[in-house]
Design a protein around this ligand. Sequence first.
Ligand code: RIB
Length: 305
Amino acid sequence: MELIVIGSSNMDLVINVPRIPRVGETIIGTSSDMIFGGKGANQAVAAQRAGGKVSFITKIGEDAYGLKMKEHYQREALPPAMILNDKDEPTGVAQIWVSDQGENSIVVAPGANMKLMPEDIARFKAEIAQAKFVLIQLEIPIQTVEYIVSLADSLNTPVILNPAPAQALSNRLLENIWMLTPNESETELLTSIKIVDLESAKVAGKRLLEKGVKQVLITLGEKGCFLCNEQGFQAFNAFPANAKDTTAAGDVFNGTLAVGLTQNKPLDEAIRFASAAAAISVTRKGAQPSAPYKQEIQDFLIEQG
Ligand code: RIB
C-alpha cells in the first residue's frame, strides 16, 4: 500500500449538548450517538475515501465495539490483517460532548490502543519499507511511536506525525520526522510559543525546524494553515464553511493531505485538497461519517474555483 496509517481506534459516544457543562454540573443533552472514531482510524478512513491506497495498523478489544469496528473497516476496504486484537483490554472509547455552537470536549479511555506495541509494528516491516508515507498520531504508546519513527527512518519511508493529543516529544524523535502537523495548542506545548498570529507561527515553526523536523505545517482551524520548511514560510487560507461539528476535522485534513502527497501532488495542491476535505467535514456530524469521498472533494474544489 502507498500509505500506512498507524494509530488508535475508538468508539465515540457522542452527546449533543446546548453548551459544554461546568465542573460538577449536570445538564440535559439533546441527542446521543455511537460513531466510529479514534484519531488513527479517522485519518485512515479519510485517506481511503479521498482515493488513497491505504493500510491501517491498529489494536482493538475482543468485545462488541471491536467486532463492529472490524466489520466497518472491512466495508471501508482497510486490509483486515493489520487490525490486531488484544484479549485483555477493551476497545478504545471516547466520550464526546458537542455543543450547539459546534465546540467539543473529548475524554478518551484508550484501552487496547495502549497495547499496540513495537513488536506488533515489527511484523509489518516489509509493508512499511514499500509505503510512500507513514502517517501517525499520539493515541498509542509513545515507545511505539518512537519505534515506528526510527524503523521508518531506517527504511527511508518518510513519516508524517500529527502530534495529537498534545504531549512533549524528544528531539531524537523530532529529527526523524519528515512533516509535523500540530494545531495551535500542540505547537504551543512543543515550543512554549503561544500562536496568536502569523509572526508567532513563524517563530514557533522555526524552532521546530531547528529541532530537526524537515517541515512543519501548523493548522490554524478556520484561519487555515502555515507551512514552514527550508524553502521559507507560506500561509494558506481555509475554505469558508458553516461549521456544525469540528470533531475529526484535523484528522480528515491529515488523512487527505497524506493521500495528496502519496499521489505526488505538489505540496500546495495537497494542502488545498486537504483543506477542502476539512471544510466539508465540519459541515457534517461525527468523526468518520464526516470524511468526504474523493469526488465530493473534487466537486467542492471546482465550486470554489
Ligand atoms: O480527533 C477526534 C477523535 O479524537 C475522536 O474521534 C475521538 O475518538 C478522539 O480520538
